[in-house]
Write a protein that binds this ligand. Structure first.
Ligand SMILES: [Zn+2]
Length: 120
């Protein structure tokens, strides 16, 4: 319990296992839908690593991407989206449906990529 809020050790997305960094950002099936969103669009086959430290493989998967800088931003976009949605569920007892989570992720990516392009 922290500041009067009871924290659950279960993943707030799938509820199937303990919430760890590796589970939340890499292995959770809900997070996996965000990874798939971008991988399918680029028709890239990628084996999800078991640990965050192994994500250099994301860089390799993006070798086919037209804009490799934006490809790197996708990683941060997915994690930011997951973290924001996780905190919405934990601290505000609200949740977005999966379509809204995906839309939020795409909007953040567009915003960040435009920001990067504007700063050049
Ligand atoms: Zn999960």
């Amino acid at each position: 319990m922290k500041r009067g809020i009871t924290l659950c050790s279960r993943c707030f997305f799938c509820g199937e296992t303990a919430e760890t960094v590796n589970h939340l950002f890499i292995q959770c099936k809900v997070t996996g839908q965000l990874w798939s969103l971008f991988l399918r669009r680029k028709n890239i086959s990628w084996v999800m690593p078991g640990r965050i430290e192994a994500l250099y493989s994301w860089e390799e998967a993006g070798l086919q991407a037209k804009n490799r800088s934006n490809w790197r931003i996708i990683l941060a976009t997915i994690w930011w989206t997951v973290w924001k949605e996780r905190n919405l569920r934990v601290f505000e007892n609200r949740e977005s449906n999966m379509q809204q989570v995906k839309l939020n992720c795409i909007l953040i990516l567009c915003f960040w990529c435009n920001d990067v392009l504007d700063s050049l």
